[in-house]
Design a protein around this ligand. Structure first.
Ligand code: AMP
Ligand code: ZN
Length: 470
């Protein structure tokens, strides 16, 4: 079976050939940790988790190294720390914000069925590597020092712009680059800048006397270098990162290490959208992963349903996020799990692996799940075993799903409270032909998520049973 992946740099789907099949290396840009992640942020986490699982299957779990960083130096983090912990030393407050947010992020993406990456480096622990790269760039004529800043000199890199495939004018507009007094050219971007008083700061490179902090792009170049080397196999993230973030990472790393390429394959997931617009914090059209898991507008979904909803769309296409899609995913999964045999450790049906090997074609994999579902005749038959294995291979977990459903039912039952009393009142109302009252009780219970079923017992007497609405 041949794995093919679409490369943003060459704009083609190519057979994947790892530089070293014993050590397949992937870097994915991770979260900036200052607040709960939204469901759009979950998309790259899920997409690259599916790829990680596939690579582990193809090359062996011990032969794949997946690095996803934690960005813990950022203005948004500083602002949040000052807001949430006023009066505390900023560095202490920043530590609290980043540790807390990292923990929340892990809880959320664990629930979405994502394996932890092999390494999750923090930017603040790689300042030495950032300085080292910056020194190489200055020495090589690719960067310069101006007014206590270090800037990357875009004109020194003839390959600049190849990833984004944009003209200089388009790039200028896209990056919203400011003309700043310390820039020799508007396109040049910051590698290092002086810290403001009270902000986190480190000794600067390039002979700069005042302490400073790194620019965003250099962080990823440094962490990828430290954990994966000068060149590696796959670099991923959301499509919004192509420019300027990945273009700049690519320029920094290639110029510092005198290499043609940074990663052999650049992969980017499409946006998760709401009514045609990218879900983002700044647009305010977002819903957090946590809200969807624990309660949003009175509804919630298990992580597996959210993950499965995401898989219905190919990773390079936009997703229009809707509650109906979450409900559909929930109902389909519930049905699949009700007939699938328990998964066998490490097994994966060939049809599913084949679908994913074609540039992570998850919609095709989902179609294969439906096909398997249709073939099931008896519990434990071949198709039910294949379905169980397929679900597990895609990171969809029967036990986790069942635990969520049990918890949700228990919650609904405790909320329903005196259901039996109300049913008795309703039976009495019906007996005295007070249908207005009996309907009122039915509606009241329905509003609490309880559906009544009227029937007759063995002696022909009316009985009413109830269940949790789904
Ligand atoms: P950020 O915290 O904004 O840097 O985003 C973290 C990751 O989520 C990056 O890989 C982004 O490209 C990705 N991302 C952010 N918003 C969306 C969205 N609406 N749809 C898909 N991916 C997104
Ligand atoms: Zn990055």
């Amino acid at each position: 079976m041949e794995l093919k992946l679409f490369d943003t740099l060459t704009k083609e789907k190519r057979p994947f050939r790892p530089l070293d099949p014993n050590n397949v290396r992937m870097y994915v840009c991770g979260p900036t940790v200052y607040d709960f992640a939204h469901i759009g942020n979950a998309r790259p986490v899920i997409v690259f988790d599916v790829l990680f699982r596939l690579l582990r299957h193809l090359y062996g779990a011990d032969h794949v190294k997946y690095v996803r960083n934690i960005t813990d130096v950022d203005d948004k983090i500083n602002d949040r720390a000052a807001r949430d912990y006023p009066g505390e030393p900023l560095n202490e407050a920043i530590r609290k914000v980043t540790e807390q947010t990292e923990k929340q992020f892990h809880e959320d993406v664990d629930t979405l069925g994502c394996l932890r990456p092999t390494v999750e480096p923090r930017a603040t622990e790689h300042i030495a590597e950032m300085r080292a790269i910056i020194e190489k760039l200055i020495a090589g004529g690719n960067a310069y020092v101006e007014q206590d800043h270090v800037l990357f000199k875009v004109a020194s890199d003839p390959n600049y712009g190849k990833l984004a495939r944009r003209s200089l004018d388009e790039m200028l507009a896209g990056a919203r680059v400011d003309v700043a007094p310390y820039k020799h050219d508007a396109m040049d971007f910051v590698l290092w800048k002086p810290s403001k008083p009270g902000e986190p700061s480190w000794p600067s490179p390039g002979g700069i006397k005042v302490e400073g902090r790194p620019g965003w792009h250099i962080e990823c170049s440094a962490m990828a270098w430290k954990h994966l080397g000068e060149q590696f196999d796959i670099h991923g993230g959301g499509i919004d990162l192509v420019f300027p973030h990945h273009e700049n990472e690519l320029a920094q790393s290639c110029c510092a290490f005198h290499k043609e390429r940074m990663a052999n394959v650049w992969m980017h997931n499409g946006f998760l959208q709401v009514e045609g617009e990218k879900m983002s914090k700044s647009l305010g059209n977002f819903v957090t992963i946590r809200e969807l898991l624990t309660g949003w507008r009175g509804r919630s979904w298990p992580g597996d349903a959210l993950r499965f909803a995401m898989m219905q769309t190919h990773y390079r296409s936009p997703i229009d996020w809707s509650l109906a899609a979450c409900d559909n995913a929930f109902n389909t999964l519930k049905d699949f799990f009700s007939v699938a045999a328990p998964a066998e450790q490490g097994a994966a049906p060939a049809s599913i692996v084949e679908a994913l090997a074609d540039d992570l074609n998850t919609p095709k994999a989902v179609a294969e799940l439906h096909a398997l579902r249709k073939q099931i005749r008896n519990p434990g038959d071949e198709a039910s075993v294949a379905l169980g294995n397929a679900l597990a291979f895609l990171g969809l977990d029967a036990a986790r799903f069942a635990a969520w459903v049990a918890k949700a039912d228990a919650k609904a039952i405790s909320k329903a409270g005196n259901v039996e009393d109300l049913i008795a009142d309703r039976v009495a109302a019906r007996a005295r032909k007070d249908f207005k009252e009996s309907d009122r009780i039915r509606d009241e219970l329905a509003a609490r998520g309880i559906v009544l079923k009227d029937g007759k017992d063995a002696n022909g007497n009316p009985v009413t049973t109830w269940e949790i609405a789904r």
